[in-house]
Design a protein around this ligand. Structure first.
Ligand code: GLU
Length: 510
C-alpha cells in the first residue's frame, strides 16, 4: 500500500528564516500538495541557548505571506501535537531511557572541563578527539563504571548526558532521493549526545522521536543535515522503527552569486538583495535586515524564484504559479549541485509578475504612495496610467519615476536632452505648438498628434528634434510612454502651461 504522505518543516527559532529555509518549506509544501499529503510545521526549540524571541512568529508570518500553508502545526494544532518540542519535553526522556535499557545508549558523566582537557592533550599530539568506540572505554560513563557507581552519581545529582552507543563495525546506508545511496562506516561516527544535562533532548533525539510519532513519511531538508542522516538511520534501527523510517531527500545548498560558498546574510547586504523573506529586526541589537516583502517583491515572484533555485521543470517554461508548481514539481528533478543565487534573475521574475497584474490591481498598490505625496486621482484613471507604464518597471516602487509627469509638471529638465536637441528656434516652435494644442478640439490623443505633426511637416522641421523637445517640456526627460497619450491625460490647459513654463525655464539654462 502507498504510504500516506506526511512531511514536516522543522525550523529552529534561532532568528529569521533564511531563504534557503523558505525553499525547504516550499519543496515540502509542493510535494505534500501534489501527493494529497499533509504539511506540518514543527518548531524545534530544544536548544534553549539559541532561542530568539519573535523568531517563531516571524517564521509563521513570512510563510503565510508566501502562501505556504500548513495542515498541522504550532499555530493550527492537529492530532499529533503538541508541535513545539519544548512542549513535548517529558516524552523525550522516556525514549532516551528506552535506548539505555536496550543497550543502545549510556550515561556519560564526564564534565565539560575534563573533556576539554582530553581534547587539548589530543591536539598537542596533533590528533582530534572524538567520544567514540575507540575512546568511550577510557572515559567516565556507565559503560566503564559499575552499575552501583553510576546509579549513585545520578542519585547525587551529578550532571550527566545520555550518549548514543554507535556500533563499531557497520556500514550504514542512507538512501537519499537526491544524493542516491550514501554509505558511511559506523566506526567513523562519534557517540552523539542524545539527552543533555539541562534535561532537554538534543536535535537528533527529538527529531527522530517526533518524525516517528508524527508518522512523517518523507524528510526533505537542507544538505547540511546529510552528515547527520547516518546517525538518524541508526536511531531508527535502535528504536526498532526501521520499517517505518521516513524517506530522505537532502536539498542542494543555495550558493553565493559567484558560486563560491553558501549564501550568507552578509552577501545579501553586500550585493543589495535580501536573504530573508520579510524584514527582520534583531531583538537584541535592533539591527534591521531587509526582506523580499518590504523590498517590493510579490510573494508569487519569491515562490517562483525559490522554486527554480535547485529544481527545474525540464521544459522552457519559467513562470509558474503555486498551483502549476504543485502540478509540475518532482523530487527527481531537484539538482545535486548547489544553486547559485542570481539577483538579476530575481528582479526579472518580479518584473514579469508586475506585468501580469492588471492596471486596476497596480493602481490599488500604487495609490497609497500617491496619497502620501498629496496627489488625489481617480482609481480608474490611475489604472490606465499603470497599464501605460507597467512594462517599464520591475517593482511598484519604480512606478513613480516612470509616471510622475502624469501628476505634476517637471521640476527639472534633462541637460543631456537640452544639449543635444534644443535649438535657437525651438522655443518659438513650441510656443506655436502650444497654440495649436489650445485650438485642438476635441482635445484627444489622435487629433492633437495629427495637428502637431502637420505643423512640423508644413514648416519642414526635424520631427525627432521637435518631438523630443516637446517631450522635454512635458515630462522633463526622454522617458515615458506615447507623448500624446500623456498630453491627453494631463489635459489641454496643463499641457499648454507646461510648454510655456518649459520654454521660459530652459531659456535661462541655454
Ligand atoms: N531543526 C532543524 C533545522 O533547523 C531541522 C532539520 C531537519 O529538518 O531535520 O533546520
Amino acid at each position: 500500500m502507498e504510504r500516506k504522505v506526511r512531511v514536516r518543516f522543522a525550523p529552529s527559532p534561532t532568528g529569521p528564516l533564511h531563504i534557503g529555509g523558505v525553499r525547504t518549506a516550499l519543496y515540502n509544501y509542493l510535494f505534500a500538495k501534489q501527493k494529497g499529503g499533509t504539511m506540518i510545521l514543527r518548531i524545534e526549540d530544544t536548544d534553549q541557548g539559541r532561542f530568539v524571541p519573535g523568531a517563531e512568529e516571524y517564521i509563521i508570518d513570512s510563510l503565510t505571506w508566501l502562501g505556504i500553508k500548513f495542515d498541522e502545526g504550532v499555530h493550527v494544532g492537529g492530532p499529533y501535537g503538541p508541535y513545539r518540542q519544548s512542549d513535548r519535553k517529558p516524552l523525550y526522556r522516556e525514549y532516551a531511557d528506552k535506548l539505555i535499557s536496550k543497550g543502545w545508549a549510556y550515561y556519560a558523566f564526564d564534565t565539560p572541563d575534563s573533556l576539554e582537557e582530553i581534547r587539548k592533550s589530543y591536539e598537542a599530539e596533533k590528533k582530534a578527539f572524538q567520544y567514540d568506540v575507540t575512546t568511550r572505554n577510557s572515559l567516565r560513563n556507565s559503560l566503564t563504571l559499575s552499575h552501583e557507581e553510576a546509579q549513585q552519581l545520578i542519585a547525587d545529582n551529578h550532571p550527566y548526558v545520555i550518549r548514543f552507543k554507535m556500533p563499531e563495525n557497520q556500514d550504514i546506508v542512507v538512501n537519499d532521493h537526491i544524493r542516491g545511496r550514501v554509505v558511511v562506516h559506523s566506526g567513523l561516527l562519534d557517540d552523539k549526545v542524545l539527552f543533555k544535562s539541562d534535561g532537554m533532548p538534543t536535535y537528533h533525539l527529538a527529531n527522530i522521536v517526533d518524525d516517528h510519532l508524527m508518522e512523517i513519511s518523507h524528510v526533505i531538508r537542507g544538505e547540511e543535515w546529510l552528515p547527520s542522516a547516518p546517525l538518524h538511520v541508526m536511531l531508527y534501527r535502535a528504536f526498532g522503527w526501521e520499517d517505518t523510517m521516513p524517506e530522505f531527500a537532502h536539498l542542494p545548498l543555495l550558493l553565493k552569486p559567484d558560486g563560491n560558498g553558501k549564501l550568507s546574510k552578509r552577501d545579501g547586504d553586500r550585493l543589495g538583495f535580501p536573504v530573508f523573506p520579510t524584514q527582520w529586526q534583531d531583538p537584541k541589537t535592533g539591527e534591521i535586515s531587509s526582506g523580499y516583502r518590504e523590498s517590493g517583491y510579490f510573494a508569487e515572484a519569491v515562490i517562483n524564484i525559490l522554486a527554480f533555485l535547485g529544481w527545474n521543470p525540464g521544459t522552457t517554461q519559467e513562470m509558474f504559479s503555486m498551483d502549476e508548481l504543485i502540478h509540475a514539481f518532482s523530487i527527481e528533478r531537484i539538482s545535486k549541485s548547489g544553486a547559485k543565487f542570481d539577483v538579476e534573475k530575481a528582479k526579472w521574475f518580479n518584473q514579469q509578475y508586475v506585468r501580469q497584474h492588471s492596471g486596476v490591481e497596480l493602481a490599488k498598490l500604487f495609490m497609497p504612495e500617491l496619497k502620501g505625496k498629496g496627489i488625489s486621482i481617480d482609481e480608474a484613471k490611475l489604472a490606465i496610467i499603470c497599464d501605460l507604464v507597467k512594462e517599464r518597471v520591475s517593482f511598484i516602487k519604480e512606478l513613480w519615476d516612470q509616471s510622475y509627469f502624469f501628476f505634476k509638471a517637471p521640476d527639472t529638465y534633462d541637460e543631456q536632452v537640452i544639449k543635444k536637441r534644443w535649438k535657437e528656434d525651438t522655443a518659438l516652435h513650441l510656443q506655436q505648438i502650444a497654440l495649436i494644442l489650445e485650438n485642438t478640439s476635441p482635445f484627444e490623443t489622435q487629433p492633437a498628434h495629427d495637428n502637431v505633426v502637420t505643423y512640423i511637416q508644413e514648416n519642414a522641421l526635424n520631427m525627432g528634434q521637435i518631438m523630443n523637445c516637446l517631450r522635454l517640456v512635458i515630462v522633463g526627460a526622454a522617458i515615458g510612454p506615447d507623448l500624446f497619450t500623456i498630453i491627453n491625460s494631463i489635459g489641454k490647459a496643463e499641457a499648454v502651461k507646461r510648454i510655456n513654463k518649459g520654454v521660459d525655464e530652459i531659456k535661462l539654462l541655454t
